[in-house]
Design a protein around this ligand. Structure first.
Ligand code: ZN
Length: 55
């Protein structure tokens, strides 16, 4: 489980948009402009553009 306080302060590093945690997919998804999806590995969000899945 990703820390809820951490989720509140996370923003998309690409577009600075809001993100949401999709627990079933183990990703942090941008719900702003770019819709990148960032992997969550061992409950640690990897908010790196290089690691993001691009739509
Ligand atoms: Zn974004």
């Amino acid at each position: 489980m990703v820390d809820q306080e951490l989720l509140k302060i996370l923003v998309c590093p690409n577009c600075r948009g809001q993100v949401e945690y999709r627990e079933a997919d183990s990703v942090i998804a941008c719900i702003g402009e770019c819709r990148y999806e960032y992997p969550v590995v061992n409950d640690i969000p990897h908010m790196l553009i290089d690691e993001a899945v691009k739509p």
